[in-house]
Design a protein around this ligand. Sequence first.
Ligand code: 5AD
Ligand code: FES
Length: 354
Amino acid sequence: MTKNIWEKIDSEQELNHEELCSLLAMENAEQLELLYQKADKIRKKYVGDEVHLRGLIEFSNYCRNNCLYCGIRRDNKKIKRYRMQIDEILDTAILAANLGYKTVVLQSGEDMYYTTDKLVELIRFIKKNADVAITLSIGERSYEDYARFFEAGADRYLIRFETSNPELYAKLHPDSSFENRMKILNWLKQIGYQTGSGVMIGLPGQSIEDLARDILKFKELDLDMIGVGPYICHPDTPLAGNPNGTAEMTLKVIALTRIVTKNTHIPATTALATLRPADGREKALKAGANVIMPNVSPIKYREYYELYPNKICIRETERQCNDCIKRRIYSIGRTISKGYGHSLKKKTDNAIAF
Ligand code: 5AD
Ligand code: FES
């Protein structure tokens, strides 16, 4: 690694594609440690020591899509499907608020059982009954739907672009296109959402050059939140038999994402913790991450929300996960935020109102 790149990072100059590629190709343990330290320093400067907790409610594993990597894809007939009813989702959101979480993330497959009206009602209910910000992660819908969810009080929207390589995107997603995903991300920003996206690391056919472009794309999109997790191979998908992404490459992308995007919210993802249950989240928090999304879904459903196998926290109660995560955060000298953890880039109408 040339001295020059480290100096560029230290003086916060922009890194180009070639420089990102050479950093991503780095394997020397000492140099990697240095990269993580530099990301950690930028994290501290721009987003501080507080870790934001977002309670994740996986409310339905029905999905109309057939993404090649995903365990809840439409054609996976082996999985037991479930849907939570509106009052059950509301109760779970209240439980999340009682655990101290100031955000709930409502996530599901693309399940049109939940009509626009039903979701609008749910968002209103939650806003009325719990003091939380709401993040939606329910896939592709129409502009009008997104606008109505925002009007109802949703603050944030997560929709990963998964890879910035349009050909690879097309191979992995028979039901959607990269172009459409970009259009949706622009809509969400236009409507006023705090907008999150992200990618998987180690997808079959993905190169280091692709990952470097992913990081530049995060910057270009001016995202508020960026989720980066390893691809984990699911045996009941067409990609069965492919290798998983690695924890190391995931950490490099997290570190570089922090270095390049500065004041974004970056979670230590559950997928990374699944690859490295002992210390994956701690490592991510020390390499640029500042958010954790503890699972608060009712235990009886957890094993069925199987995007990838061996997911952690299938049998732990909400309370156990809460204790576990707090202990991990304190163990590395960080603190837990008491606020909503809104975007550090802008304050949207919903963010101000709630
Ligand atoms: N391995 C890792 N992450 C996955 N996701 C879906 N399937 C997998 C998998 N097999 C991620 C996608 C999606 C998010 C909700 O979960 O990036 O956007
Ligand atoms: Fe669930 Fe650690 S977060 S057991």
